[in-house]
Design a protein around this ligand. Sequence first.
Ligand SMILES: Nc1ncnc2c1ncn2[C@@H]1O[C@H](COP(=O)(O)OP(=O)(O)OP(=O)(O)O)[C@@H](O)[C@H]1O
Ligand SMILES: [Mg+2]
Length: 245
Amino acid sequence: MIELKNLYKTFSSELRPMRGIDLTVETGTNMVVLGRSGTGKSVLLKSIVGLLIPDRGSIKVAGTEVVGADPKTLQMIRRKVGYVFQSGALYDSLTVGENLMFPLQKTLGMKGPEAVDRVMHYLERVGLPDKVNKMPSELSGGQRKRIGVARTIIVEPEYLLYDEPTTGLDPGTTKEISELIVQLRDDLGITGIAVTHDPYCLHIIADRIAFLDEGKIVFEGTPEEGKHSDIDFLKIFFTLESSAA
Ligand SMILES: Nc1ncnc2c1ncn2[C@@H]1O[C@H](COP(=O)(O)OP(=O)(O)OP(=O)(O)O)[C@@H](O)[C@H]1O
Ligand SMILES: [Mg+2]
């Protein structure tokens, strides 16, 4: 379970992305966080892995407090919580295979044939086994994104944070990545928080949704409840979603 309580973050008097955020994500479920561009969705995800430190409040991952945690605890949290960056964040000087091998060695100490098998397994899961020896510069934007997903999930973390996992992908790849997020929940029991503006992705993955507005979660519930809420953003969103589905 991930529990956020009364989180605050102020960058400047006009820039206050978190102003009392409360959110609970139950184990084995996928939560989708919605919100306008620049409202603080990435700030929220980064806070959970300690990449950004809130001014006050509490973040508990499986009962462990992240806010104010010592470096050792933070390292343990980062091992448990995978982060799929908005950009993909691959190492440009390493091949695709080496990009996947890197977290396996560093985080799990895995090498040799076992590691190679795992790399190939996850490349197959994202549909790109033939790219193992390519450099990231030889990939399309969508392919980089899929490799970024593979590199995060290869260490099989208990929690996954996805920052716009399908933005910019074609519909077929969007479907594959979304289905992969569902499989990770169902096969490995992974708890996920995804930020997405993509109605199709939300439709496939979301058990629950949360809407972030003016520094607070102003709605939390099932997608069905969101559809019938009186919040304009959600009404428009779900109108788009039904025309996309
Ligand atoms: N490290 C930082 N220092 C100062 N300001 C920051 C920092 N990180 C984010 N911000 C600001 O906080 C606000 C929220 O940023 P964030 O990246 O969380 O938005 P977002 O909701 O993810 O937007 P998008 O949908 O465009 O990705 C923005 O105005 C951004 O400029
Ligand atoms: Mg963002």
